[in-house]
Design a protein around this ligand. Structure first.
Ligand code: HEC
Length: 134
């Protein structure tokens, strides 16, 4: 009996995910949750889908590493969330950054887009392609 119980405890201990990472909670809820570098919570997944739908990669690169636009991995280490939102909403038209203020797909998901890109910039999301946490 005692033997069975301790076996059960070992089984529970090893099923706890060991590579999970939460970003700093702002208002209780973490900004993003990532497991194994490429599995994310549903909101962060929406951020990734928004990134794809808006085709930000045309200018910022498939891995956010920068092309005609700067590396967002680097930019998001420096920009505040407010600066990020302002830049995406208004663009910097004279410098080639498009404005997305009239694109509801982007603006309705701006928090999720920020969470996804911040996770990439923090190095917590190690693959630009992400999938749901099973
Ligand atoms: C047509 C090309 C183009 C597209 C599409 C584009 N960007 Fe940009 N983006 C740029 C350029 C060029 C800059 C640099 C502007 C400057 O020099 O200040 C930039 C700047 C930025 C910055 C500010 C970076 C910094 O270091 O200050 C952010 C954030 C950003 N883009 C996010 C996005 C997101 C998110 C998307 C998709 C929703 C997107 N961009 C789509 C070209 C683009």
């Amino acid at each position: 009996m005692r033997f069975t119980t301790s076996l059960l405890l070992v089984a529970i201990a090893v099923t706890v995910p060991v590579h999970a990472a939460d970003a700093k909670p702002a208002d209780g809820k973490p900004l993003y949750t990532v497991v194994d570098g490429n599995k994310v919570d549903p909101d962060t997944l929406k951020g990734f889908r928004t990134w794809r739908a808006a085709a930000c990669d045309r200018c910022h690169g498939a891995n956010q590493e920068g092309m005609v636009g700067p590396s967002l991995i680097e930019s998001l280490k420096r920009l505040t969330k407010e600066e990020f939102i302002t830049t995406v909403r208004d663009g910097r038209l004279e410098k080639g950054m498009q404005s997305f203020g009239n694109d509801p797909r982007v603006m309705e998901n701006i928090d999720h887009l920020y969470a996804y890109l911040k996770g990439r910039s923090d190095g917590a999301i190690t693959s630009s392609r992400v999938k749901p946490i099973e």
